[in-house]
Design a protein around this ligand. Structure first.
Ligand code: NDP
Ligand code: MG
Length: 386
């Protein structure tokens, strides 16, 4: 059987590294054609040595020479720059794992789909920013977008063998490290505390998004596009144990949930093997270790980012794109200790209220909205950090 030829965008990140771990189990099933990174050139070179892809890309041109030197004895092509990220997804490949973080992942995903290449999508910001254009492209080119995010993989798995009939979906949320806390606590939270997620080990940006609950808001918007739902069909429930990964409620009142240990390698593997499954040796779930599963409502009065994302979901247009851009900027600033935990929300809200709204944006409109929301957010960050 022919091997599935994979491109991993963002192979040096949390999802990217775990994708390589999954692939390493099945050398006869998959071949890694391309890997890409940004700052972590040493790890990218190490991965190239272990997997011998045809092409290795650093998105940041300043790292080109270092990467080229590190791989000079290997038969691999070395490329640099964001254009190269678009080039490598349009070649002779079978699946692109989109594991870049943020808006930067949008163009390579669109390019892959335009070239008829299926995408395993971890990069949720792509759908938050331009979900209408991404899904329209996938439909027009008749290619799949396979979710990697654990909640969306859960829903996708629950929908296998179904033929419509979704009443609503219920996205589960761990609640993050500050579950149950109130504003008087959150106002003093610093980066190192916010980076300690109870259940998942992930990249820094999504870990902060999980602490503010913005991650769940982004996931509501992601779900809206992936499964073609109305905003009112998407619900969030807090489930601190993170073993029910999400639930679909059908029109006949039946519920289907997908469960498992909180381990991203499982949804990553499913995205790679879909529609089939392959045996692995990952740790197995046992009810004995989880005698109590609990559920609660999200506290959107305290965790206002989730309320803002719900507003963006409801209003649509370029508002989710504006929110996402401001969020990327404030998370970056918070990680650099420039602004406080709650100031992130204030800046996002102001960007959402001030940036020009467009009801039916084009791709160029999204790019422009992203840019202006970032500029405004940066200005507000500078004011707060003075
Ligand atoms: P990481 O920060 O760990 O990894 C991001 C990857 O993207 C790295 O390879 C990084 O390169 C690369 N990168 C960063 N900036 C750019 C850029 N401007 N252009 C091109 N490449 C860039 O993130 P995660 O793996 O945690 O998350 C990736 C995506 O998957 C996010 O959208 C996240 O929301 C989503 N996701 C992640 C989950 C997780 O468990 N981590 C779970 C569900 C979804 P380098 O490291 O070399 O600088
Ligand atoms: Mg998730």
């Amino acid at each position: 059987m022919n091997k599935k030829r994979i491109v991993i965008l963002g192979s040096t990140g949390s999802v990217g590294r775990q994708t390589l771990e999954v692939i390493a189990q099945y050398p006869e099933k998959f071949s890694v054609e391309v890997i890409t990174g940004w700052n972590n050139t040493a790890l990218l070179a190490e991965q190239a040595r272990a997997f011998l892809p045809k092409t290795v890309v650093t998105g940041d041109k300043k790292n080109y020479q270092e990467l080229k030197d590190a791989l000079k004895d290997l038969p691999v092509k070395v490329l640099a720059g964001t254009e190269a990220l678009n080039e490598v997804v349009s070649g002779e490949v079978d699946l692109v794992m989109a594991a870049i973080v943020g808006f930067a992942g949008l163009m390579p995903v669109l390019t892959a789909l335009e070239h008829g290449v299926p995408v395993a999508l971890a990069n949720k910001e792509t759908l938050v920013v331009a979900g209408d254009i991404v899904m329209e492209t996938a439909k027009r080119k008749n290619v799949s977008v396979i979710p990697v995010d654990s909640e969306h993989s859960a829903i996708f798995q629950c929908l296998q063998g179904e033929n419509g009939g979704i009443e609503k979906i219920i996205l589960t949320a761990s609640g993050g490290p500050f579950i149950g806390k109130k504003t008087n606590f959150l106002v003093n939270v610093k980066r190192d505390h916010a980076l300690q997620h109870p259940n998942w080990h992930m990249g820094e940006k999504i870990t902060i998004d999980s602490a503010t609950l913005m991650n769940k808001g982004l996931e509501m918007i992601e779900a809206r596009w992936l499964f073609n739902l109305k905003p009112e069909q998407i619900e969030v429930v807090i489930h601190p144990q993170s073993v029910i990964h999400s639930v679909v409620q059908f029109v006949d009142g039946s519920l289907k949930a997908q469960m498992g240990l909180p381990d991203m390698k499982v949804p990553i593997q499913y995205a790679l093997t879909h529609p089939g499954r392959l045996k692995n040796d990952f740790p197995r779930f046992s009810f004995k270790n989880y005698p109590k599963l609990t559920f609660d409502r999200p506290d959107i009065k305290t965790f206002r980012n989730l309320a803002l994302a719900m507003e963006a979901l409801q209003k649509g247009g370029n508002l989710p794109c504006i929110m996402n851009a401001a969020n990327e900027e404030v998370v970056h600033a918070f990680l650099k200790n420039k602004i406080g935990f709650l100031e992130m929300t204030e800046i996002i809200e102001e960007a959402m209220n001030s940036c020009q709204r467009i009801e039916k944006p084009t791709l160029a409109d999204y790019q422009q909205s992203d840019q202006s929301a970032r500029e405004l957010a940066q200005k507000l960050i500078a004011q707060k950090s003075n």
